[in-house]
Design a protein around this ligand. Structure first.
Ligand code: BGC
Length: 272
C-alpha cells in the first residue's frame, strides 16, 4: 500500500458504487490522499460502512461517510449531493463509478436488461456529472485547494471501444460515456472543469468472477491481456487519485485505459 501524500487535502470526493470492487479501491485511494470521501452504495450497507470507517481511520486530513442512494434516480442523486454539501461544504471531485452487467444474447435481451444497464451505467453518470457541474459553478474557484474548478472522472471500460458479443447493453452504455465525457469537457473546460474517464480492462472484482475464478478461466483471460496478469482494483485507484489531483491538471477530455494492453488487439500478435 502506497504512503499517503495528501495531494487531495481539503477536497471532497463522491465515489458511487464504492461498496466493493473498483469503487471501493478508488474511495480508499482518494481517502489516503487526504480528501473527504462519500462512499455511495445501493447494496451491502455493512461493507460500505466498513470502507468509510477504514478511510476515516487512515485519512490524516479528511473523513469518509457511507450514504445509500440509487444513482439511476434523479431525485436520489440530487439528495446525495445535497447531503454531501450539507456535511462537507462542497464537492470538488466526482467519480461516477456505479455500474452493472446484465448479460444476454441480443435476441434474448429483455427490455429490463437493456434499461437497467443504461439507467445505472449511463443515466447515473449523466446525473452525477450534472449535479457536480451545478455545484462547481455555484461554488466558484478555490485556488488554494485546486487549480481546477472541479474534476469529474467517469468510470468507463475497455468496452467503450471493444465490441462485446453477449453484452451489447453494457458496451453501448460504455460507448456512450465517451461522448458524454468529451462533450462535458468541450462545454465546461473554459470554466476550469476537468472531465476525463478511466477505462479499466479486466480487473479482479465480483463483476467478472467467472473470468478469473478457475485457473482455466484465468489462462483464457490472460490471452486477452498482453501484460499477462489480471488487473487489481488498486491499479484503478492509483490512476484515479492522480487524475483527480493537480499533477494531471492539463489532462482534459481524455480516456485513460488501465488495461495491461487489452486494447492493443493481442489476437493479432501472431496472426493477421
Ligand atoms: C467488465 C468486465 C470485463 C472487462 C474486460 C469490464 O468493463 O465489467 O466484466 O472482464 O471489462 O473485458
Amino acid at each position: 500500500m502506497q504512503k499517503p501524500n495528501n495531494r487531495l487535502a481539503g477536497q471532497t470526493c463522491i465515489v458511487t458504487g464504492a461498496n466493493s470492487g473498483i469503487g471501493a479501491s478508488v474511495a480508499r485511494s482518494i481517502g489516503r490522499d487526504g480528501a473527504n470521501v462519500v462512499v455511495n452504495y445501493i447494496t451491502h450497507a455493512e461493507a460500505a460502512e466498513e470502507i468509510a470507517h477504514q478511510i476515516s481511520e487512515d485519512n490524516l486530513c479528511g473523513e469518509a461517510i457511507a450514504i445509500r442512494y440509487d444513482v439511476s434516480k434523479e431525485d436520489q442523486v440530487i439528495s446525495m449531493f445535497r447531503q454531501t454539501i450539507n456535511h462537507f461544504g462542497t464537492v470538488d471531485i466526482c467519480i461516477p463509478n456505479a455500474g452493472l452487467q446484465k448479460d444476454a444474447s441480443l435476441h434474448e435481451m429483455t427490455m429490463q436488461d437493456w434499461q437497467l444497464v443504461l439507467d445505472v451505467n449511463l443515466t447515473g453518470q449523466f446525473l452525477c456529472a450534472r449535479e457536480s457541474i451545478r455545484e462547481f459553478l455555484k461554488r466558484g474557484m478555490r485556488p488554494e485547494i485546486s487549480k481546477s474548478l472541479g474534476k469529474i472522472i467517469h468510470m468507463s471500460s475497455v468496452h467503450q471501444i471493444i465490441p462485446w458479443a453477449g453484452h451489447a447493453n453494457y458496451a453501448a452504455s460504455k460507448g456512450a460515456i465517451v461522448m458524454l465525457m468529451e462533450s462535458i469537457c468541450q462545454e465546461y473546460a473554459s470554466q476550469k472543469v476537468r472531465c476525463n474517464s478511466i477505462a479499466p480492462g479486466a480487473i479482479q472484482t465480483p463483476i467478472n468472477r467467472p473470468a478469473w475464478e478457475t485457473p482455466e478461466a484465468l489462462h483464457k483471460l490472460n490471452k486477452l491481456i498482453p501484460y499477462k496478469r489480471i488487473g487489481i482494483p488498486e491499479d484503478i485507484g492509483s490512476a484515479a487519485v492522480w487524475l483527480a489531483s493537480d499533477e494531471s491538471e492539463y489532462i482534459n477530455g481524455t480516456t485513460i485505459f488501465v488495461d495491461g494492453g487489452m486494447t492493443c488487439y493481442p489476437g493479432f500478435t501472431e496472426n493477421g
